[in-house]
Design a protein around this ligand. Structure first.
Ligand code: GDP
Length: 425
């Protein structure tokens, strides 16, 4: 049995989608265990370039079962559109199973996300407005709805009536918007129930059988350690846990089954949304890195927003890998740094005159200044490298520096966005 959690060591956008697409060829299951359609996992393979939002990145392999576990925010309309968009581009119809305990993102969650960011104005958190925060708030306030409940008409009516009592007070009196009608919401949910029907199943049972049959499972995280609500830069975090420790809960597997925690990290830093970001660059330097980063510049795969960029942050990444319990790293976007004579790396933070290598809590991160060390650059295109030995010495030294600074072995190196631009270190 091999169960690997592929999770982000940074702020998200590390290249998890690419790594999952690469590793899925040897897997039976790929599972999303948290988050929702706010993800933007870029995958570039023989079918073309895709940004996956809700579907697991194993959808390009017809033999892989792609599971949405009970921990995800299930936006049914986005789910159906995403499947259609794949099939329209000649991807074979993927095999998908949705947990009957996964909760459904309600039509009003998106509205609440939008209205709240509007209300916050300049104080907003940079939400993707996919309804994620309102969804998880309702889940834990026990006014959410599990997929299986869509098929019990009587109970559904009373649960929606109960939820709307509260929602309509907020809509009318906090946001000054029109109230929602129970019948309209029920009608929409009834349509969603039919869309979902072929996919909804008892995924707990599916995994009990899979473990017994010694199947290989990939657990695909969304965002990264620093956006985790407990361990990240709260309140500039997401609303579900991005940590491998949560993966078994959000998927529905026993906690001891994970055999590898693969933390994905970029060779530099990038971040979408608000919050403290110690190595952030400004001006020309930022523009150049942003333009050269990723597969087509550092712009959000979900939002198209320009990503904030900076140098590799060893303090944040060591912490990010540590809270994941990383057993190995996947280092992506190494090719992007090939234009630099010397490469700055943040090895410590200076906070109010004190130098620390420990990642502090949010209020102190705002005050942190990066302590930079400069590594020699390799000044060449490494995107055709297929072995560690193909890399120039300076690039190998950079990989070794990341292992030293994080205390975790780099298992995979990625030198381009395509599936084949990946090798074992
Ligand atoms: P995810 O959300 O963690 O899957 O990451 P995103 O897809 O949001 O962002 C990663 C970006 O880096 C995308 O544009 C990928 O196509 C790109 N990418 C991934 N690995 C590499 C790499 O090794 N080199 C380059 N140049 N781009 C990469």
């Amino acid at each position: 049995m091999a169960v690997t959690a592929v999770v982000g060591a940074n702020w998200g956008d590390e290249g998890k989608g690419k790594m999952v697409d690469y590793l899925a060829s040897n897997s039976h299951f790929v599972v999303r265990f948290q988050g929702g359609s706010n993800a933007g996992h870029t995958v570039i393979n023989d079918y073309g370039k895709f940004a996956l939002h809700l579907l697991p990145s194993g959808v390009f392999y017809p033999g892989v079962v792609n599971v949405l576990g009970p921990g995800v925010a299930l936006d049914v309309r986005a789910f159906a559109e995403e499947i259609d968009s794949l099939v329209q581009r000649d991807v074979p119809t993927p095999t998908i199973a949705v947990s009957d305990r996964a909760q459904v993102l309600m039509p009003y969650h998106r509205l609440f996300d939008e209205y709240e960011e509007e209300r916050l104005g300049a104080r907003q958190f940079g939400s993707t407005k996919s309804g994620i925060a309102p969804f998880y708030s309702d889940k834990y306030a026990k006014i959410g709805l599990q997929a299986s409940e869509l098929y019990d008409k009587e109970s559904l009516r009373s649960r929606i009536t109960h939820a709307l009592e509260l929602k309509n007070v907020l809509l009318e009196h906090l946001y000054g918007k029109p109230a929602l009608d129970v019948e309209e919401v029920l009608e929409e949910l009834s349509a969603q129930a039919e869309i979902l029907r072929p996919y909804v199943t008892d995924t707990h049972k599916l995994f009990v059988d899979a473990l017994r049959a010694d199947k290989t499972i990939l657990l695909e995280g969304q965002l990264g350690s620093l956006r985790d609500p407990d361990h990240g830069i709260y309140p500039f975090s997401t609303s579900s846990s991005t940590i491998a420790g949560y993966a078994t809960i959000g998927a529905g597997l026993p906690p001891y089954v994970i055999t590898e925690v693969l933390a994905v990290t970029k060779a530099y830093s990038s971040c979408v949304g608000a919050g403290p970001f110690v190595t952030e660059l400004e001006g020309e330097e930022a523009e150049e890195l942003r333009r050269r980063g990723g597969d087509a510049g550092e712009y959000g795969a979900k939002t198209g927003r320009p990503r904030r960029v900076g140098w590799f942050d060893a303090v944040a990444t060591r912490y990010g890998a540590s809270v994941q319990g990383a057993t190995a790293l996947a280092l992506t976007n190494l090719d992007v740094l090939g234009y630099l004579d010397t490469i700055p790396v943040c090895v410590a933070y200076e906070i109010e005159g004190r130098v620390t290598t420990d990642f502090p809590t949010t209020s102190l991160i705002w005050k942190a200044k990066p302590v930079l060390r400069h590594m020699p650059g390799w000044k060449t295109d490494i995107s055709a490298a297929r072995h560690l030995s193909d890399l120039p010495k300076e690039a190998r030294d950079y990989v070794a520096m990341i292992e030293r600074e994080t205390g975790v072995k780099v298992k995979w190196v990625s030198v381009g966005p395509r599936r084949e631009q990946t090798f074992e270190a």
